[in-house]
Write a protein that binds this ligand. Structure first.
Ligand SMILES: [Fe+2]
Ligand SMILES: [Fe+2]
Length: 290
């Protein structure tokens, strides 16, 4: 077994209770003054409350079948972290609507789709679907923490939210996978579900981005669209850079921690975290005397 897989067993997964100054978000084009880059982020943020609710529900279905004491603890941490992510995204989504977006439209439509096509399926499918999403959020999180240029030009409250979300996605990246392997263990099925998941996610994120750019009434900019295309698909862009870690999922002996990842958590703690936004720190208490 890889040394990294051993290391992560000791990792304590605990939600950090944050307080971000979302009210200070200023511009509708809050990301690099580019409507498509901003709308892409808005689409993602708008989908999180429903998506993460489904992740929790699908893992909860198997919670009682988990026997490893360490994994039981990690499941508890995973549920706490995802619940808190949804809570923070609901808050920022309200601010995004104040700027001119309509995140409620996405929330409503995604909720209907989830209730109609995902919830009625088998527990096995729902868990496999969550494992696939957790692989995608884990590799995206590592990429954003590793390459700070990715979020360059983003207003601080959104950027701080995303980096905190990224670090916790890295921390719990193997929880759903380990639950699946302990209770179901069907890899062929998991790989098939991944192909479906990546196809639907790519379609959905594209649709949400255009929908949010239109509702903001700022969509008519070819310059912004071409800026988005090179940010996503150009050299060093997210799409190209994630191809390799995405494909790792299908390799024999794959595990989310096989190539490590603790270094990204340490980097966030050392260079990117703002203790004054974390409710459990003395910096927060000093900045917010009750
Ligand atoms: Fe999350
Ligand atoms: Fe997650």
């Amino acid at each position: 077994m890889s040394k990294f897989i051993d290391d992560h067993q000791k990792l304590e997964i605990k939600p950090r209770h944050m307080d971000f100054p979302f009210g200070s978000l200023k511009k509708v084009k809050f990301f690099d003054n580019n409507i498509y880059k901003s709308a892409f982020m808005v689409g993602m943020s708008a989908g999180f409350p429903v998506g993460e609710g489904e992740f929790l529900a699908s893992v909860r279905n198997y919670r009682d079948q988990v026997t490893s004491p360490n994994l039981k603890k990690q499941v508890k941490g995973f549920i706490g972290q995802e619940g808190h992510h949804s809570h923070q995204h609901i808050k920022i989504n309200e601010e995004l609507d104040r700027l001119g977006y309509n995140t409620k439209k996405i929330d409503r439509s995604f909720r209907k789709t989830n209730e109609k096509y995902i919830v009625p399926r088998s527990n096995k499918f729902r868990l496999a679907h969550t494992v696939c999403y957790e692989h995608l959020t884990g590799i995206m999180g590592e990429f954003a923490l590793d390459q700070p240029k990715l979020l360059e030009g983003m207003e601080d409250p959104f950027k701080d939210l995303m980096l905190w979300h990224c670090v916790e996605e890295v921390e719990h990246k193997s929880v759903a996978y380990d639950v699946y392997m302990e209770t179901v263990g069907d890899l062929k099925y998991l790989h098939r579900v991944m192909m479906l998941t990546i196809t639907l996610l790519s379609f959905r994120l594209t649709k949400y981005m255009f929908s949010m750019a239109f509702t903001s009434k700022n969509w008519a900019s070819l310059k912004d669209l071409s800026g988005f295309i090179s940010w996503m698909f150009g050299k060093g862009g997210m799409w190209r850079s994630l191809r390799k870690p995405f494909m790792e999922f299908f390799k024999e002996g794959f595990h989310p921690w096989a190539d490590g990842g603790l270094e990204f958590i340490e980097k966030w703690e050392r260079e990117l975290a703002r203790p004054e936004q974390n409710k459990s720190t003395k910096e927060y208490r000093l900045a917010n005397p009750s």
